[in-house]
Design a protein around this ligand. Structure first.
Ligand SMILES: [Zn+2]
Length: 337
């Protein structure tokens, strides 16, 4: 997952952050220290790297975009520019010695110019003594030095460090940006839309993608839909058998209801001729057939019934009763009843 991303690609992920940085670069008002904070998979490392290149690039495009081709850009991409330093946790924490080594490195003149950049990943994992060393460093800013502190848990950083950084908040990704990230990193394009609909956390999406329980859950939910459609009298049997033996914990039942809701949503999208919005891509042929057999009115009643069931589950209604009630409601208006 060490893909180098261009300015335009990263702008799609974090438009607000890049707009801010673009202005700073154009006005030559780059801060001495930035804190890039947000959940994993939101582009913090990539953007720190991008801005580092913008600071060293020999032929900037439009005055702020790194060219990705010059000697400096290429050396930063391959991780061996002498004036760019990276610090990562050594085991569970970032130790005082690591910060001291960094400071020693910075007391020397820039190897090639007076500009220097350092990047501290998981900055919240600094030990107290490491953080205090860094603090001294941040207190005597050198105009040619830029620090990027990256963190998923900024609340664990010393307030004195926070107050010396310009804070850049990274937003969770939009569903479209999620889909692009997932497919660029090897997730089957047929599966990515469903994952992006269920979570905006890339890590969780990667986990779901290889999770057997989740794969099985999708099959059972589709089966429940098919039974409801073909033979509603059997729906209770499916519920007692497959459904309850798979969806046990409250969280699992909620996931099952989300999947069921997405089937109805897909059917509605098909009816509205918005096929590109379907998330059960692999099932699109049969979903298109089913969409012909029902009405938009009925689909929206069924979706309301599922949302109501989710509310009852959240309010601790007995899951067995809640599901039986839901199945009866989903059958209303069926030609079999
Ligand atoms: Zn360049």
């Amino acid at each position: 997952m060490n893909l180098v991303k261009t300015w335009d690609q990263l702008e799609e992920l974090q438009p607000a952050v890049l707009k801010m940085l673009k202005n700073s670069l154009l006005k030559e008002r780059v801060a001495h220290a930035y804190l890039l904070e947000g959940i994993r998979g939101t582009g913090k490392k990539e953007i720190a790297l991008l801005i580092t290149k913008a600071l060293f690039c020999e032929s900037l495009i439009e005055g702020f975009k790194p060219c990705e081709a010059c000697h400096n850009c290429r050396r930063i991409n391959s991780g061996n520019h002498p004036d760019v330093h990276k610090v990562e946790p050594d085991g569970l924490s970032i130790k005082k010695q690591q910060i001291q080594d960094l400071q020693e490195e910075f007391s020397k003149k820039g190897v090639e110019s007076s500009r220097k950049v350092y990047m501290i990943s998981d900055a919240d994992k600094m030990s107290v003594s490491a953080a205090n060393s860094l603090l001294k460093f941040l207190e005597e800013p050198n105009s040619q030095t830029t620090a990027f502190l990256l963190s998923e848990q900024p609340q664990q950083l010393l307030p004195t460090i926070l107050s010396r950084c310009q804070i850049l908040s990274f937003k969770p990704l939009s569903p479209l940006a999620m889909i692009n990230q997932l497919t660029e990193n090897g997730v089957n394009p047929m599966k990515a839309p469903l994952l992006a609909q269920l979570t905006n956390n890339l890590d969780e999406a990667y986990e779901l993608n290889v999770d057997d329980w989740f794969a099985q859950a999708q099959k059972i939910v589709l089966k429940l839909y098919e039974v409801l459609r073909k033979n509603p009298l059997e729906a209770m049997v499916t519920l007692q058998g497959d459904w309850f033996s798979h969806f046990k914990e409250k969280e699992q039942i909620n996931r099952g209801l989300d999947l069921l809701l997405l089937i109805f949503k897909d059917l509605l999208y098909i009816q509205l001729d918005k096929q590109e919005q379907i998330v059960f891509k692999a099932e699109s042929d049969r979903l298109r057939r089913y969409a012909l057999e029902t009405s938009g009115r009925r689909l929206s009643d069924q979706m309301s019934a599922i949302l109501e069931a989710k509310r009852k589950l959240a309010a601790n209604m007995n899951p067995q009763l809640m599901m039986e009630e839901l199945v009866l409601k989903l059958q209303e208006g069926s030609s079999f009843v």
